[in-house]
Write a protein that binds this ligand. Sequence first.
Ligand SMILES: [Mg+2]
Length: 372
Amino acid sequence: MTRVTIESAELRLLELPLKFRFETSFGVQTKRTILLLTLRGGGMEGYGEGVMERLPSYREEVVPGAEYLVREVFLPKVLGQSFANPAQLEAALAPFRGNRMAKAIVEMAFWDLWARCLGVPLQSLLGGTRERVPVGVSLGIQPSIETTVDVVERHIAQQYKRIKLKIKPGWDVEPVRAVREAFPDLTMTVDANSAYSLSDARTFAQLDELGLDYIEQPLAYDDLHDHAKLQSLIRTPLCLDESILSAQDARKALTTDAGRVLNVKPARCGGLTESVRIHAVAQSFGVPLWMGGMLEAGVGRAHNIHVASLPGFTKPGDVSSASRYWEHDIVHEALEADQGEMPVPAGAGTGVTLNHDVLKRVTVRSEDFRPS
Ligand SMILES: [Mg+2]
């Protein structure tokens, strides 16, 4: 076993403007604030990207909290240390509760570093088998029903394998019905990002008639119980996103029929090690997985594509082309879907390399760390 010593690190804070405004039930995003970590060792570099936002809208974690934990708590635990595998590094951070997105920055950077030191693509260490992964697209809330139908049509033409519409109270049955009427055979899903409660059961009864592949995270971000109740009332499978932080959460959800599809976002769940465990739980229940997205730049997107190559990720994921989101990505490699499929980047680790010209322009601050 190759032990890899973490010799030094660099933590950057980036501000990357989005190409379009992305509206969900949380509000509107026009740029992303991203923590980017480089770990160095054995003559190689590995990269990890944070997905937490500036405000606790999606989950509780926020950029300033994660920046503090990575700088002051996690890096001092791992700098100068050598690990035989990423699970050992994960164990070193395990005494600290929660904060899985912050831990994932370090864990995913180490996976990348470890794989590069071994000279193999990340996917082969994770158990990924596919060379291309099926891709869907997540469309934000549009200003009108007409625009919604137009935007859907444009994305069908781009051969995405599934269209997901963001919904919120007051913007649900009508636009979804209009799209269904325009495209009767479309593989279509909706994502409520926790904007509803059980008292909205009538809305879900109406959505239940619209042939959706699944309804994503309708109820509270920290709830499984009410999701199980809602699932017992409708035929459309529920998909859990925000509610699943670990393999234990997945086991509890699937045991109680709180959902019949799982969205995995590795960075939400503490990184790649836990994602592989969630994959194993879902496989044992015969439940399909798909890869979520948090508007990642190239580093996070590449990690997600490698994980999405595991055999249980049978539904199209939110790993659409980087050029949809960014004028200039932070990596050299173009992560572009082709005919509804995203190729897994070739080469060791994630297979992507940092574009330092772009990084220089979008870096707000950066700091180097060495073992004390
Ligand atoms: Mg979601």
